[in-house]
Every structure is written in C-alpha cells, then in structure tokens.
Ligand binder design. Structure first.
Ligand SMILES: O=C(O)CCC(=O)C(=O)O
Length: 278
C-alpha cells in the first residue's frame, strides 16, 4: 500500500500524512456519529494540565482561562462508523507496512478543540501515556475536520522518534521541557478532512490553540505490533481487535474468558504512568 518513498519519509521523519483515506461521505457519517457521542456523553474541560500552561509559547492568561477540550475514549463502543474506521483497509495496510504484518488496535481517543479557545498540546511523545517495550507502535490521527495554522494542526519535531523514549515532566499531563522542545521548531502538518496522519509512539509532537470560530475534531487510533507488550498506562491489560494479519502465538500469553490478558510478568520494570484521561 505505501510507496517506498512514503516508508522512507516515515523512517526518516517519524510521521507521514496519508491523503483521502476516508471519502467525503464517510467523513460526514463519522462527524455525525461523533457529534452525537460528544453531545450525549462528553463534558468539555480546560485540557491538559501543568506548568506549561503559563508558558507564553502556548497560552496568554486569558486563553489559559478559557481554553477548551472535549475528549472521550473508545468511540468504537458507541458508533458503528467508528468501529468500521478502525478497520479501514488502506489505513491498516499502511500501518502494517510500517510495523506489520500483524497489527492490533490498542485504543481510540477523541481530541476536539473548542472554537476560538481550543486548547493547545505541549510538545510530548505519546510513549509516557501508554509505554510499550519497543517502538513498534504507530498512532494514526483521523482528521474529521481540515486542519491548518489557525485551528491548531499537528506539529512534529522531524526525526525526533530516533531519540527513543524520553523522560517527561510528570507534574500535570506528561510533557517535555518547553525551553528544550519548542513548538516553534516543529514542522506543521496541516491536513484535509478524510486524511490520516501517522506517527511513531516516540515522535515528539504538539499543537497550538484553535483560534478559528469552529470546533477542530481529530481522533487518534493507536495501533501496535501484537508482540510489542505494554508496560503501563492507558488501556493496560486489555487486548485489542486484530485489524491486519492474525495474532501470533506468544509464550505464556493468552486471552482469558473475560477478554483480558493472562501473561507472565514483564521483564521490564513497570513504570509509574498516569492514566491518560484525555
Ligand atoms: O489533537 C491534537 O492537536 C494533539 C494530539 C496529540 O498530541 C496526541 O494525540 O498525542
């Protein structure tokens, strides 16, 4: 599915935009079911916490006060359009070209930035939120809305995935020191509704405020090599849907009748990881 050029771009930069994975009809249905979920089950918050919120790179005091984020996990438990999205053939084929052949869905998370004061995300890796034994893990951001500089598109530090797992500040939501990892140094990755942006669990990324008059809705689908065992954090202990290939047999690892892992203790010491709430 991916061209050699696309694979080379991902290996070098740690991210890759895939155009038009979802048709306009599919995006419309995804947006409709997402709006229902948000209206029915969600309460907006101010977004990620921590001392970074006082850093003028990200927020003025007024913006800090008014910033808004709507988040919810596991949309596939609420809506068939989102259940189908996790299995979308060109998407899972692309992910399998990067970490496959076997690919397991790990989680689904919505980040909807409110209009005018849609909260920014400080530079971070996703690894501290759901650390795994290795880097065979790709996040796929489904763009329900078109993104640009005005509404807080994704921004990446190109090549930063090669740094491997980094220590994060853990006061508030895990994030990197704002003076060392500056959002100004990141490459913007604007995308159209229906596009998907892939990035490594180790790629440093963030996004600025949504200053546009409209909400900005992105949904993250986390995919991993099923042999890459989780160490802690979000969705720990829960096997996911196989979306490409079949589950390999791993020594001592089974799924019990409750649908949860039975597996030997990890050789890697468990890290203290906060539950990701957004
Ligand atoms: O939604 C955004 O703008 C940022 C998303 C993000 O940082 C993440 O999903 O890890």
């Amino acid at each position: 599915m991916l061209t050699l050029e696309q694979v080379t771009f991902f290996r070098k930069n740690g991210y890759l935009r895939l155009e038009r994975i979802f048709s306009s009809g599919e995006v419309e249905q995804l947006g409709k079911e997402l709006n229902y979920i948000m209206e029915t089950f969600c309460t907006p918050t101010k977004g990620w916490t921590g001392a970074w919120r006082k850093d003028k790179q990200y927020l003025t005091p007024e913006e800090e006060e008014k910033s808004q984020l709507t988040a919810i996990h596991e949309l596939q438990h609420y809506s068939p359009a989102w259940a189908r999205a996790t299995l979308k053939e060109p998407l899972v084929e692309a992910v399998s070209d990067l970490i496959g052949p076997a690919v397991e869905l790990h989680h689904v998370t919505l980040h909807a930035k409110g209009p005018e004061f849609g909260t920014p995300f400080p530079m971070h890796q996703d690894n501290p939120f759901y650390p795994h034994e290795n880097g065979a893990y790709v996040d796929a951001i489904v763009h329900v809305d078109t993104t640009n500089e005005e509404n807080g598109c994704l921004k990446f530090l190109a090549g930063s995935h090669s740094l491997g797992p980094l220590e994060h500040i853990r006061e508030g939501s895990p994030h990197l020191p704002t003076d060392e990892f500056r959002i100004e140094d990141a490459v913007s990755c604007p995308a159209e509704a229906g596009d998907v942006v892939l990035f490594s669990i180790y790629t440093v990324h963030g996004s600025a405020l949504n200053r546009s008059p409209r909400i900005r809705r992105l949904v993250r689908l986390g995919y991993r090599d099923p042999a890459n065992r989780q160490i802690g954090g979000q969705a720990m202990g829960r096997p996911g849907l196989m979306v490409h290939g079949v589950r390999p047999k791993l020594e001592g690892v089974t799924i019990n009748p409750y649908g949860l892992w039975t597996q030997p203790a990890l050789a890697v010491p468990a890290q203290t990881t906060p539950e990701r709430t957004t």
